[in-house]
Design a protein around this ligand. Structure first.
Ligand SMILES: Cc1ncc(COP(=O)(O)O)c(C=O)c1O
Length: 392
């Protein structure tokens, strides 16, 4: 039996594959330190869990509108208005099962075959995957360590062509933890404002930030009309498995994104949507505590990595990943990923899981306890030393 050719265009997120391999080794009795997966190791706050159970009891177990329930769209609009300082109404919001469908749907709804989309590289692999799936060409804007894994308007300008249809921004950034600074946003906005180019602004890590304050490019003059702002509940409220996210976009785009939802899954789960007002409107103590804990882990991890001869690691500003430079090992990153799992019992991701420009790096997630991070560091140091000896 044959499969459709378009499936050759679709990429993936290898975190799920590494997790499966790690679990298989654990089933054989091996001890694995999990530093691969991008999900908070915290419980969803109790008030949110209670709101979902109440919603089930209240009968929110039926079909609803594709863009989301009106009261939920309103709650998201009120949150984004207050949090980002934007004028937003509920009819600009599409509520989705996780933030991810906003990536797929906004690209399918705006990008034609043959168009070009500028994507951060290294970057979240789904951008490139969906751009190719849409028959378009991903154009990498390279995030370099010596530039703090940031880029600016000049870097983008050099990549613009008449075919450029969209620019994807992701700040705070997966996998490097970098953040675009207010002046970067000013300059990027000035570059794109007058051009017929969409911006997909992936702000899923907006609340997982250790330095500065998060700003959206949509706040810059003329940008709300062309920006799709993606955010959600997965990371902020430790709700990865619930699948709840949203996009805030210019109203004319909403009907197209909602139509894609109608064709694929109809709408986000009704009782899951109902927790949004509780999460966004309630006290944010648990979020603050989680970020404080991530901050401690970040310090331990970065210090520990920089203490290993041959390894350097920049201090990330946000998200919960470190992206150390492992070029000193003299190995391909993909081989480092395999060897770390097989030899050292560390599940981590090759930098190239995030695009070709991730070569020379690995990504560790610090969504794990300090105790496990310290064990991971011990194993990693022994691994680096044994490979350095072998290379001599
Ligand atoms: C940059 C980025 N965008 C979007 C997502 C998707 O989030 P969700 O689980 O809400 O679909 C992730 C998840 O890892 C991510 O890292």
């Amino acid at each position: 039996m044959q499969f459709a050719e378009r499936m050759n265009l679709l990429g993936t997120e290898t975190a799920f594959e590494v997790l499966a391999k790690a679990r298989a080794l654990e089933a054989q009795g091996r001890s694995i330190v999990h530093l691969e997966i991008g999900e908070p190791d915290f419980d969803t706050p109790a008030a949110i869990r209670d709101a979902a159970i109440q919603a089930i009891h209240e009968g929110f177990t039926h079909y609803g509108p594709s863009p989301g329930m009106p009261e939920v769209r309103e709650a998201v609009a009120a949150h984004i208005a207050k949090d980002r300082g934007l004028k937003v109404t509920g009819d600009q919001v599409v509520v989705t099962p996780g933030g991810k469908p906003i990536i797929t749907f906004s690209i399918l709804a705006t990008v034609n075959p043959g168009d070009e989309v500028i994507v951060p590289n290294p970057g979240f692999p789904i951008y490139e995957s969906i751009v190719r799936f849409a028959g378009a060409k991903p154009v990498p804007v390279v995030l370099r360590e010596d530039r703090g894994f940031r880029f600016g308007a000049a870097d983008l300008e050099a990549l613009l062509t008449p075919k450029t249809k969209m620019v994807v921004l992701n700040s705070p950034h997966n996998p490097t933890g970098s953040m675009l600074e207010p002046k970067d946003l000013d300059e990027i906005a000035a570059l794109l404002r007058e051009r017929d180019i969409w911006v997909l602004s992936d702000e899923i890590y907006s609340k997982i930030l250790y330095e500065g304050t998060h700003q959206s490019i949509a706040t810059r003059p003329g940008m709300a009309e062309k920006t799709i702002l993606l955010d959600g509940f997965s990371k902020t409220y430790a709700m990865t498995g619930w699948r709840l996210g949203y996009g805030v976009m210019p109203t004319p785009l909403v009907k197209h994104v909602a139509r894609l939802a109608t064709n694929v899954y109809s709408h986000a789960t009704s009782f899951v949507q109902r927790v949004a007002p509780t999460a966004l409107g309630g006290k944010q103590d648990e979020v603050t505590a989680m970020v404080a804990e991530f901050r401690k882990r970040r310090a331990v991890f970065v210090k520990g990595l920089n203490a290993i001869p041959g390894v350097t690691c920049a201090m990330p500003a946000g998200a919960f990943y470190v992206f150390p430079n492992v070029q000193g090992l003299g190995m391909k990153s993909a081989d480092v990923e395999t060897a770390l799992l097989q030899e050292a019992g560390i599940a981590a991701l090759s930098g190239t899981a995030f695009g070709a420009h991730g070569e020379g790096y690995v990504r560790f997630s610090y969504a794990n306890s300090i105790e496990n991070i310290e064990e991971g560091l011990r194993r990693f140091e022994a691994f680096v030393q044994s490979h350095a000896r072998a290379a001599r």
